[in-house]
Design a protein around this ligand. Structure first.
Ligand code: G3P
Ligand code: CA
Length: 333
């Protein structure tokens, strides 16, 4: 009975969040993937602020923990691809040559400069035309979840908008192995800032259903989204039974784009995933739309957005280019 009520409340809250998007002229959610990461180094306050200014409806931080148990925004377990950690802390790598965030205190991590993502081995930019790593006087810092929330909530006051936060619990099982109750820690921070109920403008996402289950077991009423990767391990989720199961604990799914349209541009199983997820009351937010990594089957970012948002009928998208997605929606009104 309680879980039915919880599911109903969460669905209502998600409706309210999406209705906020509707108030701005459409009903699609634009999620700023790692901030405005096409323009500024990912997971920096600067990138989040830019995404906010571009009109994104949600800011997406990936979360990892520091050694002293503080949630920070970081995509990888290691700091190597997105900071200068090897220069600042020589000799602190593990045997595999990587510097893991969990081995560094927040105070130490705050001494690092965030850089545009590079290949960990070659140190070449992953996205060659994005923010260049030539800055020396300029230092971007790794933000904490608390700092991100204060930034977004502050701008919500100063602009009168209601932008949400869409955090991802990264490597949940791994954090448990390291001795941390990751989900409780994240809930504590969210709770400190008033995110406790299904009516609050936050969506927690994870690739690990156990992480979402842990959030529910801890009594969280927050809106949850199950991520669905493109690999075979996630295939059982892309079935009627799998979606039935997801609908028992989540209010939405975040599938890889390739779960909806394959690399040749064909509908996967006649748009099965979108149709069946939405039939179960789940919103669908695929990842990740990038204007500088277009699939071969489209010749423009707008064509990509058209296919997903209006032909497939998804409810929102994760994108590195929130400005282009917002412009697309406005021009399509
Ligand atoms: O969370 C949605 C999307 O961001 C998943 O991919 O690897 O960028 O976290 P990733
Ligand atoms: Ca993510």
């Amino acid at each position: 009975m309680r879980s039915n009520r919880l599911a109903m409340l969460c669905s209502l809250a998600l409706f309210v969040c999406l209705a906020t998007a509707a108030a701005s002229g459409h009903d699609k959610a634009i999620v700023a993937h790692r901030g405005a990461s096409a323009y500024l180094p990912e997971h920096t306050l600067e990138s989040y602020a830019m995404a906010y200014g571009q009109g994104a409806h949600f800011i997406e931080p990936d979360l990892m923990l520091t050694r002293d148990g503080v949630p920070i925004a970081l995509h990888d377990r290691s700091l190597d691809a997105t900071t200068n950690v090897a220069d600042v802390f020589p000799g602190r790598a593990r045997e595999d040559g990587l510097h893991y965030a969990i081995d560094f205190t927040l105070d130490e991590i705050k001494q690092l400069s965030v850089i545009e993502r590079v290949d960990r081995n070659t140190r070449e930019l992953v996205f060659e035309d994005r923010f260049p790593n030539v800055h020396r006087a300029l230092a971007f810092r790794v933000p904490t979840l608390a700092e991100i929330i204060e930034l977004v909530q502050g701008m919500n006051v100063s602009t009168g908008r209601d932008v949400g936060i869409y955090p991802e619990t990264k490597s949940s099982a791994w954090h448990a192995e390291q001795g941390f109750d990751f989900e409780q820690i994240v809930l504590d921070v969210l709770g400190e800032y008033g995110y406790t109920t299904a009516a609050d403008n936050v969506i927690v996402q994870s690739f690990e259903p156990e992480s979402l289950a842990r959030l529910r077991a801890l009594g969280s009423e927050l809106t949850l989204v199950q991520l669905i990767g493109g690999g075979a391990a996630y295939d059982p989720m892309v079935t009627e039974e799998g979606l039935d199961w997801i609908a028992t604990f989540a209010q939405g799914i975040g599938p890889s784009m390739t779960r909806i349209i394959d690399s040749e541009g064909n509908w996967v199983d006649d748009n099965f995933l979108v149709r069946e997820a939405q039939a179960r009351g789940l919103v669908v937010h695929p990842y990740t739309m990038r204007a500088d990594r277009l699939p071969a089957y489209v010749d423009s970012f707008e064509a990509l957005l058209e296919r997903f948002l209006f032909e497939a009928g998804v409810d929102g998208v994760f994108t590195d280019h929130p400005d282009l997605a917002i412009r697309f929606l406005r021009e399509r009104e």
